[in-house]
Design a protein around this ligand. Structure first.
Ligand code: NAG
Ligand code: NAG
Ligand code: NAG
Ligand code: NAG
Length: 328
């Protein structure tokens, strides 16, 4: 920009066009960002967003979407909203039951610095509610969710897996956190959670990537209630430490207009508006026992995770625990 333009604009002598929409993310959103302990034996690590598009075909009713952008990128994924909208499934080329599984489902293991190669597997979304009240969402992406075993049978495997933590800040000070777990999750005060320095720790379930505040075994038979023993178990441990901020893009989300704005003009944002599913649909005729199937449909993306929250939790009841215990 010409050196005089800002001064002319300030004097009201020139209307400066908006060159590109980008926003500044408060530094405390990074300073307090969670660190994620991936399970030592988890075969399914953080995965690149664009790789999910490269390894899938958008389909509706198991038929390729006609007129879909080619190549499909994170800058044009939202165009599928006009070509099937919520019925679009990013369907894997190999199929969910492929055996052996394709390598792309396994993601990238973070190195000793906590960085998962050069992939982008995290989206940080900042929602400003005014008066210093900010919710920072940290969305984690995995190409595959391996479900838990019950009585030797496996349930709930799906392609594409979105999980998140959310930290609620007041004037730059963290107040409380949300840990997503399957269809629900748990909330804690910032003071209650385990930290490394300022940064809260999140323990990721082996295969399911549900986020817990404590390492160990977690029963999630009853959503939002975390018990050390039970029927449907997630396992967490201090396996591999992932620093999601090293593999992240950042955005703001305006709670009145529902518009996402990236932190820099070269960061893709259109993909956040995609209304479809990040993996295969449940295969037709998939056998199920008590309504539970081995292979199930993939998930929606971040915009469906209640970004405009009143409470720390996406739904009621919302109990913000002041200490870390197994059960509510
Ligand atoms: C963790 O998952 C892997 C497969 O991804 C499996 O081989 C291993 O047995 C699981 N470990 C536990 C403790 O569940
Ligand atoms: C697409 O789905 C979204 C989310 O359910 C809905 O709000 C929108 O109206 C739909 N758009 C079209 C074109 O059907
Ligand atoms: C990341 O990208 C840089 C620059 O392109 C390259 O030198 C480096 O090897 C890449 N690292 C990994 C782990 O792929
Ligand atoms: C966000 O939530 C606030 C408070 O509940 C509400 O007034 C507003 O309409 C919501 N915004 C959208 C886009 O729904």
């Amino acid at each position: 920009m010409h050196i005089l333009l800002p001064y002319l604009a300030a004097l009201g002598l020139l209307a400066v066009p908006t060159i590109s929409a980008s926003v500044t993310i408060p530094t405390y959103v990074y300073d307090y960002a969670p660190l994620v302990w991936l399970h030592s034996q988890d075969a399914y690590r953080p995965s690149d967003l664009q790789a999910q598009l490269d390894n899938t075909t958008p389909e509706v009713d198991w038929k390729p979407v006609q007129g879909a952008p080619s190549p499909l990128t994170l800058n044009n994924l939202d165009q599928l909203n006009n070509l099937g909208n919520t019925s679009v499934y990013l369907t894997s080329h190999e199929g969910i039951a492929a055996n052996p599984q394709p390598a792309w489902l396994r993601g990238v293991t973070p190195d000793a610095s906590g960085r998962a190669g050069n992939i982008t597997a995290c989206a940080i979304v900042v929602v400003d509610h005014g008066e210093g009240n900010i919710d920072a969402f940290y969305f984690y992406f995995y190409a595959y969710n391996k479900g838990d075993k019950v009585l030797g049978l496996e349930f709930g495997d799906h392609i594409g897996d979105w999980e998140h933590n959310m930290i609620r800040f007041a004037n730059g000070t963290p107040q409380a956190l949300w840990y997503s777990q399957h269809a629900s999750g748990q909330a804690f005060t910032y003071g209650a959670v385990e930290k490394q320095g300022k940064r809260p720790l999140s323990y990721s379930g082996n295969g399911t990537h549900a986020n817990y505040a404590i390492a160990g075994q977690h029963d999630h038979t009853i959503p939002g209630i975390n018990l050390p023993v039970g029927f449907l178990l997630d396992y967490t441990d201090r396996g591999v430490l992932w620093d999601p901020t090293l593999n992240a893009w950042s955005y703001t989300y305006d709670p009145s207009t529902a518009v996402f704005t990236p932190s820099s003009p070269d960061v893709p944002a259109a993909w956040l508006d995609f209304n479809g599913i990040w993996g295969d649909d449940q295969p037709p005729g998939e056998p199920s026992i008590f309504g539970e199937a081995e292979f199930v449909a993939g998930p929606h993306g971040p915009k469906f995770k209640v970004l405009n929250r009143t409470l720390v939790c996406p739904s009621k009841p919302c109990i913000v625990l002041p200490f870390r215990i197994w059960a509510v």
